[in-house]
Design a protein around this ligand. Sequence first.
Ligand SMILES: [Zn+2]
Length: 237
Amino acid sequence: MFSDLVTRSDLKVFLPPIGSITVYIFGDPAAVADEHHHLSCRVHDECNGSDVFGSDICTCRPYLIHGIEECIRSAQENGVGVIVYNRKEGRALGEVTKFLAYNARKRQEGGDSAENHFERTECIAGVQDVRFQNLMPDSLHWLGIRRIDRFVSMSNIKFDSLVKQGIEIVNRIALPDDRIPEDARVEMDAKIAAGYFSEDRPMSESNLSQPQGRLLEDYWSSAVPASCLKISLAPRR
Ligand SMILES: [Zn+2]
């Protein structure tokens, strides 16, 4: 069933040929399904722009880092940590669609705001989100996980999906406020208003018009250092 790579007896690693999912385990893999060990877990959906290139328009990278830190902390306390990295770029709409939605948000009259955050994506893609989270728990079931002590995610859809499929979640860990990039408050406030878990930042439809993202013209006046505009590459010798 599996290729030679995953059945080699000299490698103490299991690499099932399941595209689009990578599971990173911090601590003893045997402890993942052992309910005597404390488990931290983040189920992260890919965001190349933030995860890799450090864009500050969303919270993906800081939340992934926070999840990794929580996993390491659990492992150091004789527990275990699990990061499930799902290739669901741009709410599974893809990177190009995501950047088109970003452009629409930044170029709309009045600038980017939480009030119509999801509608801008729908204008471009026809839908707001095509991630299908009902199958998301499968990788955790496969690992034998029945309880997550610290679930590092604010997504109500992921939470509901896990709980409905029999995985107990003891604590939900929100992204600390000081880790939210200023420009990402638009997205965060829109998500909280739409039902995302939040410990202390209740949002309602009425105050969604207040969060304001960085204006398009500000990118050239502040976000891009003047020196960057003057860079010229010396010819190769
Ligand atoms: Zn992102």
